[in-house]
Design a protein around this ligand. Structure first.
Ligand SMILES: Cc1ncc(COP(=O)(O)O)c(C=O)c1O
Length: 456
């Protein structure tokens, strides 16, 4: 499909969404035709390394053969079914997921999107506690449905939305690189949390129901809370009769080097939301909780579903996805990818002053760019130029950053199945882009290499 035809369709028929500005208008961006493993191919035949795993739904790699086989089998047998009846893939998925959960988490319900899982998690917490208020981290993002999930997506600027839900408010995110309370860890003793809660206690008018958080704040700039933060948050919840909801859309099911990212923190949430690659590329999400919380909420009338929430084809894809994650040890592979990529970033940080911070877990990684390391001025323009150059050279990732005026974090989310060769290729493209941004020249005809010193 040529550019003129794409432009014609977009201008006439598409309601545009802003997306990644460095790629230009939506009509300027690659038109994708296929995807396999870590590679996507556009209509001109150009290949890209997809280091954002689609919209993070392809963390097993595009078109994983075992997921494809499960989908094909379902197309032969049973695609859609009533959500008021049970079906075999649905039952198997509840059981398989339940076996992987960390006790006392045990029970699950299925929905379609990540935003669905947040709406349903919040409602579950409200029914179970009888409370109303929900607190979220100010650099967090939890979805785009027009009521709860968007209202709790403080990293997205609530001013973009026509209206936000009542009884939703923010507490400071523990963004240590840019501490919101100008302190330093561990001397701070989680001042961001204690000061936020003091304010919340003064402001809240109803019984609070829950705090919601991502274990790694992805869209907010790949922010990794410091060790002990989630234990302190758990404690604060208990003192106030609130539940802790963890949104593991982007961190769960292997991506952070363990089955669930909360396992890095030695806490277990009351409610866990899963989505993105749970369906191996098809949309299926889950809300998981303890039997006690589920029973209490259901006794008070709780239920959550969607017409397609328990479709056999989606459940079969989810089941295949869980099997792949376990059988191929994808958490272990994610941990190895983290070591290799961070080693590459650290080598580059010795060469390029623009790299201010390197962070993340597993295959959810961020590199924050600043014009000077002392003042940490966000290098928004340079970030855009680097991302554009990488796209031209065949590497796709997204730009993120929390707070107004900050779009300076390169966020890399390669599929957990990405090979060492592909990682090294991505690092090499990135190195060339940094070289160009610094006004230097790459050696002609010789791709740069930053991987020679990689030993981890
Ligand atoms: C952490 C997190 N939760 C929830 C969502 C919403 O998922 P969906 O777009 O499938 O509704 C997203 C989307 O990016 C997300 O990053």
């Amino acid at each position: 499909m040529d550019k003129a035809r794409v432009r014609e369709i977009v201008e006439r028929w598409v309601i545009p969404s802003p997306g990644s500005s460095y790629m230009g208008g939506i009509e300027e961006r690659p038109v994708l035709a296929s995807g396999h493993g870590s590679t996507v191919v556009d209509t001109t035949g150009k290949e890209y390394l997809d280091f954002q795993s689609g919209q993070m739904g392809a963390a097993l790699g595009h078109s994983h053969p075992r997921v494809m086989a499960a989908i094909q089998e379902a197309t032969r047998t049973f695609v859609h079914a009533s959500n008021t009846l049970l079906n075999v893939p649905r039952l198997r998925l509840h059981e398989r997921l339940g076996q992987l959960l960390v006790p006392p988490l045990q029970k699950s319900l299925f929905l379609v999107t990540g935003s669905d899982s947040i709406e349903a998690s919040v409602d579950l917490a409200r029914k179970a506690t009888g409370g109303l208020e929900i607190l979220g981290l100010h650099d967090g993002l939890h979805g785009s449905t027009s009521f709860i999930s968007r209202s709790l997506s403080f990293a997205w600027s609530r001013r973009k939305h026509a209206a936000v839900a009542p009884a939703t408010s923010a507490i400071f995110a523990p963004y240590c690189y840019r501490c919101p309370v100008a302190s330093t860890f561990p001397k701070c003793e989680f001042l961001c949390l204690t000061s936020s809660l003091e304010l919340a206690d003064a402001n809240l008018t109803a019984q609070p129901a829950a705090v919601i958080a991502e274990p790694v704040l992805s869209a907010g700039g790949v922010i990794v809370p410091p060790p002990g933060y989630f234990k302190a948050l758990r404690q604060a919840c208990q003192e106030r009769g609130m539940l802790m909801i963890l949104d593991e859309a982007q961190t769960g099911l292997g991506k952070c080097g363990k089955m669930f990212a909360f396992q890095h923190e030695d806490v277990v949430p009351d409610i866990l939301a899963l989505s993105k690659h749970f369906g191996g590329g098809l949309p299926v999400s889950a809300v998981c909780t303890t039997a006690e919380i589920a029973d209490r909420a259901v006794a008070r009338g709780y239920f959550a579903t969607r017409s397609h929430a328990t479709d056999p084809i989606l459940c079969a894809a989810g089941l295949a996805s869980l099997d792949v994650i376990v059988d191929e040890d994808l958490p272990g592979r994610a941990a190895r990818i983290e070591r290799r990529m961070k080693a590459g970033f650290e080598e580059m940080a010795k060469e390029f002053e623009i790299i201010g911070d390197i962070r993340g877990r597993g295959v959810l990684l961020g590199v924050e760019l600043v014009t000077d390391r002392e003042r940490k001025t966000p290098a928004n323009k340079e970030t855009d130029a680097i991302a554009r150059r990488c796209l031209e050279a065949g590497l796709i990732f997204q730009i993120r950053g929390g707070g107004p005026g900050r779009a300076n974090v390169l966020r890399f989310v390669p599929p957990m199945t990405t090979s060492d060769v592909e990682i090294d290729r991505a690092l090499s493209i990135l190195h060339d882009a940094f070289t160009a941004a610094a006004g230097r020249k790459s050696p002609v005809g010789k791709p740069s290499s930053v991987t020679g010193s990689l030993s981890r």
